[in-house]
Design a protein around this ligand. Sequence first.
Ligand SMILES: *Cc1c(COP(=O)(O)O)cnc(C)c1O
Length: 373
Amino acid sequence: MVDSPLSVPFLDLRALHAPIQDEMDAAYQRVSRSGNFILGEEVAAFEEAFAAYCGVAYAIGVGSGLDAIHLVLRSLGLGPGDEVIVPANTYIATWLAVSLTGATPVPVDPLFRSANIDAEDIARALTPRTKAIVPVHFYGQPADMDPINALAEAHGLAVVEDAAQAHGARYKGRRTGSLGRAGAFSLYPGKNLGALGDGGVITTDDLELAEHLRALRNYGSPKKYAHPIQGVNSRLDALQAALLRVKLKHLDRWNARRREIAERLCDALSDLSDVALPHSEPWAEHVWHLFVLRHPKRDALQAALAARSIEALKHYPKAPHQCGAYAGHVAPGDLPRAENFAANVLSLPIGPHLADAQVEFLIQGVRDACASL
Ligand SMILES: *Cc1c(COP(=O)(O)O)cnc(C)c1O
């Protein structure tokens, strides 16, 4: 065999979509020819399919993952003076969704083991102003929800899942999105279930909340020209809904492939001494949106991988409190574990776009890169 120069891109949506391109094209043609582009049957059909997939009664398509979290919190009546518990190490969107309501995000440091927040640490952050908890199923692994829900119940708090990284993941057999008062998903193209543009979806079993959200996303309008509440324009496009319904049929297979790659990586890299590999909990069915390791020379490792045509990224190089947007929000040194994550995390490429040969090339590349540091 001649030299076949392999490379391992972090994400390759063209490779992901290639096997289902005909199905996607048919959905595009159907919507394009229908002349109906806002809400309507396509959005309702995706909402029904996604609700059934998650095991909940209702799903509401919205404009983005940020809007999904924000609109749920708004529907729950959160506003200035209220506090909402959020992970310290999450993507900044979780915090911004809280801030958009006027409420204050109160960060809780994650566990090193799972990168998720835990009921014991949350309990210490509660005050009389706390109204809600937004656990994030970070990297695709559900947070330990039973103790979080028990704590919330004891204190009369709402639990809203940020499931933007965890489509299809299960906690003790139940899907994310069905584990709290409501679940908020992003449908950003790179997520495990992604549109061909921006999108988001909310899941809930609460009829009243679902109806409020349906109005809220559409100018506060439950029916044409009635505006009992002040809403926004945050609707999932009909075209995106049609494409998402095609992609949803493949999600379990794609997630299974992610798990297979993650198991191979964990197995093949377990002897590398400086590498802290991701840990998956026995009660979690992890969907590996990201494969995040920690390494004391993270930047050098990233560069050594890049030199070997392997694209590794940082999720995330700064915690929200280390960004200008939240300057002064947290006392220096208050969130040591989130800062440790920010300084040491590196995400290896993972996903159904990777062929076995690329996975083996990735493993050898990580081993060689580590040895070179
Ligand atoms: C991607 C993401 C979001 C935001 O989703 P958008 O669709 O980009 O608005 C929120 N929370 C987490 C944890 C995410 O990873």
